[in-house]
Design a protein around this ligand. Structure first.
Ligand SMILES: Nc1nc2c(c(=O)[nH]1)N[C@H]1C(S)=C(S)[C@@H](COP(=O)(O)OP(=O)(O)OC[C@H]3O[C@@H](n4cnc5c(N)ncnc54)[C@H](O)[C@@H]3O)O[C@H]1N2
Ligand code: MOO
Length: 434
């Protein structure tokens, strides 16, 4: 190809991003947010910003794993009694460890009780019995019950530091914190954890024809986003700061996207990291989003995705740095845009990796659709993905019943071929491959 002043090079128009590029573009548009320190329960589902170490050995003292007696040496054992305090259980636990045991001695102990110095093992209640009690002969004698085995050193003792030494890292930075991590952090002595700040997300719902309750008349539609998106965003690791409804007027859309705060909700909105709009992505006279983005000098990162449904989806960086995800108004199209770009964007902002693609075997032949990747809700039956008949952009039954979303390349596919599949945010997560 040559180029000079008389023959300008005309680059082919590339209006929509290919589906997989749109995903990676959305992921690379987000940078992890600064960390914050939160109480343990609030850290659930967040990404750990720093390694967590045990602040003391775990467990921090050698304790009994059974109710019974701590014993020293072989049987029989002279019982060393102590007066159980009538107060807290932890005091009873401490009492068993107060005096060192000599060989041939035993002391009653509860599960969790402190093992006294000199004790080699714990004999559980079921394995021993007391003899000589009540005869005025001093402390009773502990013997093995008939058939019970003599305890071997270490029996039923949880040694100190068995799980972690003091200072040992028990949870690595970058971990997505599950309930077990929260419990482990507590056992390691932590009251708070440093986590990457979850992205704050504002929702702007447009559509003058949209009603929030009751039965819509012809020309009206019942809102599917208001009752669904806040919870979905939360499931995906975002924090909703404000949900606002907006008229379809140009001035209102422009005011809502500008960073100048005029009331409480716009203040909250302009302090967010991500702004989601629904509807108005088209090019009709009633759709102003594109024009507003141009007029406020937003940086267009994705202007349409070569997919169906969800083709008009946009991603833009607003002049104040917020990222705008513009979802199409059609309910299923919007969900496919959520899975395609909102998920990767939120993952990047909260410091999570872009999930590795999953795969399914497809159960039917599917015709090609030049220029479009199709996203179709599917059920997995007998190990094969079966596309839902409810796949059109205004339909929701297919997604409501789906196990996953299959990603059909423009060339189509034949039965038993392997396809990429997107897990749904509300289905149980598979363990990540390490
Ligand atoms: N001439 C063309 N027309 C359309 C094209 C096109 O390429 N050329 N693309 C179609 C596709 S694909 C989509 S998707 C939509 C995109 O529409 P918008 O994002 O502008 O959304 P609206 O026009 O506002 O609404 C579309 C549809 O969705 C309904 N809607 C809106 N909000 C809600 C809500 N909260 N809950 C339920 N349903 C909602 C709305 O009533 C419309 O029926 O454009 C096509 N047209
Ligand atoms: O692409 Mo639209 O988003 O099909 O309905």
């Amino acid at each position: 190809m040559t180029s000079d002043n008389s023959t300008p090079v005309i680059l082919p128009l590339q209006p929509s991003a290919p589906w997989d590029q749109a995903r990676s573009l959305a992921f690379s548009a987000g940078r992890p947010l600064p960390f914050e320190t939160v109480p343990l329960p609030e850290a659930l589902g967040q990404i750990l910003a720093d390694d967590v170490a045990a602040l003391q050995p775990v467990p921090h003292y050698a304790s009994s794993a059974m109710d019974g007696w701590a014993v020293a040496g072989p049987p029989p054992w002279q019982l060393v009694s102590y007066k159980e305090p009538e107060t807290a259980r932890w005091q009873i636990h401490r009492e068993s460890g107060r005096r060192p045991l000599q060989p041939g001695q035993a002391v009653p102990i509860l599960t969790g009780g402190l093992i006294p110095a000199g004790a080699q093992s714990v004999l559980r209640t079921e394995s021993g019995m007391l003899s000589g009690a009540g005869k005025g002969a001093g402390d009773p004698v502990l013997v093995l019950r008939p058939g019970a085995a003599e305890p071997v050193p270490g029996d039923h003792i949880r040694p100190a530091g068995e799980e972690a030494a003091a200072g040992e890292t028990t949870i690595e930075r970058g971990t997505l914190l599950n309930p077990a991590h929260i419990a482990l952090a507590a056992v390691c002595g932590h009251d708070t954890l440093p986590v990457l700040r979850p992205p704050r997300v504002s929702l702007l719902l447009t559509g003058d024809e949209v009603i929030e309750s009751g039965l819509p008349e012809s020309g009206q539609v019942r809102d599917t986003f208001g009752p669904q998106l806040p919870q979905l965003v939360t499931m995906m690791g975002g924090r909703i700061d404000v949900v606002r409804r907006l008229s379809d007027r140009y001035e209102d859309v422009k005011a809502a996207l500008s960073s100048a705060a005029t009331d409480e909700s716009t203040i909250a909105m302009s302090s967010g990291d991500v702004l989601i709009t629904t509807g108005g992505t088209g090019r009709s006279e009633a759709d102003h989003l594109r024009q507003v983005l141009e007029d406020i000098d937003a940086e267009m990162l994705i202007d349409g995705i070569a997919m169906r449904p969800g083709h008009p989806t946009m991603l833009a960086r607003l002049p104040d740095g917020r990222l705008l995800v513009a979802l199409p108004g059609n309910p299923l199209a919007a969900m496919m845009a959520v899975f395609t770009i909102l998920g990767p964007l939120l993952d990047a902002l909260r410091g999570a990796p872009l999930p590795a693609p999953r795969h399914v075997l497809v159960g039917v032949d599917i015709e090609p659709l030049p220029g479009r990747t199709r996203l179709v809700p599917c059920r997995i039956k007998n190990g094969r993905a079966m596309p839902s008949p409810y796949y059109r952009s205004g339909m929701l039954r297919g997604l409501a019943d789906a196990d996953a979303v299959m990603v059909i390349p423009e060339a189509g596919c034949t039965m038993d071929e392997t396809l990429t599949a997107l897990p749904l945010p509300w289905t149980v997560q598979q363990p990540p491959s390490r």
